[in-house]
Design a binder for this molecule. Structure first.
Ligand code: HEC
Ligand code: HEC
Length: 233
C-alpha cells in the first residue's frame, strides 16, 4: 500500500507542477494571478484584518482550536491569495468565509494582496492544538513518504504550486480539511489530490495531522520560507 501511494504522490507532483492552478475555471485563475502581481500594502492589510477578520481568527491570527478556525499567521502568501479567491468565487465552501469575503471592498484583488502580505509577515503559532499522541510514528512515516514531496519535509509548503504550510496549524482543522478536500468542499483542487485524500482512512488522517501539529524546530530552508522578505521565522 505505501508503495502504491508513493507512486500516486509522485505522479501528482508532476501534474501539479510549478506555479499553475490545475483544472480551475479561468476567472479564478486570472484573479489569483492578478492579485499576486500587485504590490502589497501591509499596513492596509493590517487595518483590514483588525476590522474584518480578527473577531474569528484572533488578534494575532493564531485561529481558534475550539471553533476549528485556522491559524493564518506566517502562512504562505500565494496559498492565502488563492484561498481568498476560491472563497470569493464559491470554489471553496464555508458559510463564515463567504459572508465576510463578499462584503464591499473585500471581494477585491488588492484587498487579497494586502491581507496576504500582512498575514505572511506575522510570527507563526508556536503551540497549536495537538491530537492524542498515539499515532505519531505512523503519522511521521506517512508524511515523509507521501506528503513531503509537495509540502516539504518540515511542512513549510511552497509558493510554487500554491502549496500551504501545514505546520503550526491546529490538529482538528488539519483533520477537517483533509476530509473537506476528499469530499469536494474545495473545488479548485486537482482531482487526483482529492482521490488521494479520500484514500486515507481515519487512523491515517488523524495520525498525520497529529504529527504535523507537533512539528517543532526551525524551518529548514529559511530563505524559501522568507522569499518575499516578510516572514521572520
Ligand atoms: C465569522 C468568522 C470568520 C471571519 C470573520 C473570517 N474568517 Fe476566515 N475562516 C473562518 C473559518 C471557520 C475558516 C475555515 C473554513 C473551512 O473549514 O474550510 C476560515 C478559513 C480561512 C482561510 C483558509 C485558511 C487555510 O489554511 O486554508 C483564510 C485564508 C481565511 N479564513 C482568511 C480570512 C480573512 C483574511 C478574513 C477577513 C477578511 C477572515 N478570514 C474572516 C472564519 C472566519
Ligand atoms: C501533489 C502535491 C501534494 C501532495 C502529495 C499532498 N498535498 Fe496536501 N495540498 C496540496 C495542495 C496544492 C494543497 C492546497 C489545495 C488548495 O489550493 O485548496 C494542499 C492542501 C492540504 C491541506 C489543507 C491545508 C489548509 O490550511 O487548509 C492539508 C491539511 C494537506 N494538504 C495535508 C497533506 C497531507 C497530510 C498529505 C499526505 C498524506 C498531503 N497533503 C499530500 C498538495 C499536496
Amino acid at each position: 500500500m505505501p508503495v502504491l501511494r508513493l507512486v500516486v504522490a509522485s505522479a501528482l507532483l508532476s501534474v501539479l507542477s510549478v506555479g499553475t492552478v490545475v483544472a480551475s475555471p479561468s476567472s479564478v485563475d486570472e484573479k489569483i494571478r492578478n492579485a499576486l502581481q500587485l504590490d502589497q500594502n501591509i499596513a492596509r492589510g493590517e487595518k483590514l484584518y483588525a476590522a474584518e477578520c480578527a473577531q474569528c481568527h484572533g488578534q494575532r491570527a493564531l485561529g481558534s482550536a475550539s471553533r476549528v478556525i485556522p491559524s493564518l499567521a506566517g502562512q504562505r502568501r500565494a496559498y492565502l491569495v488563492k484561498q481568498l479567491a476560491d472563497f470569493s468565487e464559491d470554489e471553496r465552501a464555508s458559510r463564515e468565509m463567504h459572508a465576510v469575503i463578499n462584503k464591499p471592498g473585500l471581494a477585491d484583488e488588492q484587498a487579497w494582496a494586502d491581507l496576504s502580505g500582512y498575514l505572511n509577515s506575522l510570527p507563526r503559532a508556536s503551540f497549536p492544538q495537538t491530537g492524542d499522541g498515539r499515532g505519531l510514528e505512523l503519522g511521521e512515516a506517512i508524511f515523509q513518504d507521501q506528503c513531503a514531496s509537495c509540502h516539504q519535509e518540515d511542512g513549510r509548503g511552497d509558493d510554487d504550486g500554491f502549496i500551504p504550510s501545514v505546520r503550526d496549524q491546529h490538529y482538528a482543522y488539519l483533520v477537517r480539511q483533509m476530509r473537506s478536500i476528499a469530499s469536494w468542499h474545495r473545488l479548485n483542487v486537482d482531482a487526483d489530490l482529492v482521490r488521494y485524500f479520500d484514500s486515507l482512512d481515519t487512523e491515517e488522517a488523524t495520525a498525520v495531522a497529529d504529527y504535523l501539529s507537533r512539528m517543532r524546530g526551525p524551518i529548514k530552508d529559511h530563505e524559501r520560507m522568507n522569499n518575499d522578505g516578510t516572514s521572520n521565522n
